[in-house]
Design a binder for this molecule. Structure first.
Ligand SMILES: C=CC1=C(C)c2cc3[nH]c(cc4nc(cc5[nH]c(cc1n2)c(C)c5CCC(=O)O)C(CCC(=O)O)=C4C)c(C)c3C=C
Ligand SMILES: [Fe+2]
Length: 429
């Protein structure tokens, strides 16, 4: 019987507190009223006409969400994935070393703290104004170090063993230009302008110290988009994320975060992020009958209920991998994705999946360039992603509908304390 975790709800943001009015206060009362009009206009189409026909949007509902920057863990790991995400990797400039990297992390941390509080960036740069009239919108900014960072900064002796390159998998078709990187930032927000504003501010802060290696953007369902808020769906239409570890699980911290006293000491409270850009072969998938789609995953498409749960099952019905149908066949097929990935078939290996969907237009053959920016968080990739992906590689019914196109692994240090910057314990320890 699979340990089951009920769905996290899109509005369920336990670690957040309402934002102060700081960035919006800049506008003054008249400006704020104008901003409210803009939100209504944007939602309804033509500015002005929509305001006359639609009730005013509750500005506070999305804009108000605020995630603290300081804490034992960095933001953007345990909070539900936001509606908009940007992932960006940098390589240090040839003449940048440990000192320049430390200064960059200090600048980035200051900027992230301000933006997450809904304030303008504190840097020497002029604010672009992109988010001037918006609240923090649950913005999170998360920083990570790639394997190559440690060589470039003379810190190879302090590189975690867990940053060993991921093994090759037979299904890999990886593009090195969109893989790896010295430094990584994950940005998420429930407003697209707030998310882009953060991306641009942080990228400009890197000027002269690091250059962009690759960047990817993704999305999830917006908060408030459905009256029936189950776990969100991916671009195959499946409810995805149901059986994630939950913060209330007794072993959650141990699975996801490096303990204090762990190795290396500077990673205490940190986690390892595995990123895989996985393109979905949507033309093939959408041609596949629904009952076959459900067999591939092992769950019903409509409501995410496991195929072992019978007609009355729901998304929260525990998965029963032993269950057989009347004809003696396994209710959840031998190669169904949920069977192959379940912790009980992988020696307990588990990870926290917090992904974004992506769509980057259409390829030359007309197929959508779309899929999943799969992000898995774990205390140790060798007891999380690696064994599960090895198993998927050997026989996952989903594999004929997906292609792994880029890959990266980052050490994401613990959260910054008050007055500290992210990574300080590595860079100044
Ligand atoms: C190596 C890890 C995994 C990769 C890569 C992966 C890709 C991938 N998954 C889906 C869709 C679903 N996955 C689901 C469950 C699930 N997937 C993984 C791991 C990887 N998935 C795990 C550990 C689990 C949970 C298993 C369990 O304990 O039951 C599901 C079912 C719903 C859920 O629990 O989330 C779906 C749907 C896609 C589309 C995809 C690549 C594009
Ligand atoms: Fe999966």
């Amino acid at each position: 019987m699979s340990k089951h975790h009920p769905a996290r709800r899109p509005g369920d943001r336990p670690d957040e507190r309402p934002a102060g009015p700081s960035r919006r206060r800049l506008l003054g009362a008249a400006g704020a009223a104008g901003a409210a009009g803009l939100v209504v206009g944007a939602a309804g189409g033509a500015l002005g006409t929509a305001a006359a026909t639609e009730p005013p949007a509750d500005l506070a509902s999305v804009g108000r969400g605020r995630v603290p920057f300081h804490g034992a863990h960095q933001p953007g790991i345990v909070q539900p994935a936001q509606a908009h995400g940007h992932l960006i990797a940098f390589d240090l400039a040839a003449d940048a070393g440990r000192r320049e990297a430390a200064a960059l992390l200090r600048r980035w941390s200051r900027t992230a703290e301000a933006l997450m509080a809904g304030e303008t960036p504190p840097s020497r740069l002029h604010d672009t104004g992109i988010a001037l009239d918006a609240g923090p919108s649950s913005l999170t900014v998360t920083f990570g170090f790639g394997r190559t960072f440690f060589d470039r900064t003379g810190l190879a002796a302090r590189r975690p063993a867990a940053l060993e390159p991921l093994p090759p998998f037979s299904s890999d078709a990886l593009d090195p230009k969109r893989s790896d990187g010295d430094l990584w930032i994950q940005i998420g927000a429930d407003d697209s302008l707030v998310a882009f504003h953060a991306l641009r501010a942080l990228q400009r802060e890197a000027d002269g110290t690091a250059r962009v290696r690759w960047q990817m953007s993704g999305f999830n369902r917006s908060p408030g988009a459905t009256a029936d808020p189950r776990t969100a769906r991916n671009l195959m239409g499946q409810i995805d994320g149901t059986n994630n570890p939950r913060q209330t699980d007794e072993d959650f911290e141990r699975r996801v975060f490096v303990p204090s006293g762990g190795d290396p000491a500077w990673m205490a409270g940190g986690s390892y992020a595995v990123l895989r850009r996985i393109r979905m072969l949507l033309d093939d998938w959408e041609r596949t009958p629904r009952d076959e789609q459900e067999r591939v995953i092992g769950r019903r498409k409509s409501d995410g209920a496991p195929l072992s749960g019978g007609p009355g099952g729901t998304e929260t019905t525990p998965v029963d991998l032993e269950k057989r149908n009347a004809d003696g066949e396994l209710a959840i097929a031998a190669d169904a994705h949920v069977r192959v990935t379940a912790p009980e078939t992988n020696g307990g290996a588990a990870m926290l999946r917090r992904s974004f969907s992506y769509h980057d237009g259409f390829r030359d053959d007309g197929a959508p360039d779309a899929g999943l920016l799969f992000i898995a968080w774990q205390a140790d990739p060798l007891r999380g992603f690696v064994p599960v992906q090895r198993k998927l590689d050997r026989g996952d019914a989903l594999s004929r509908f997906i292609r792994h196109e880029a890959s990266a692994l980052f050490a994401v240090p613990g959260g910054a304390g008050e007055g500290e910057y992210v990574g300080q314990r590595l860079l100044e320890g």
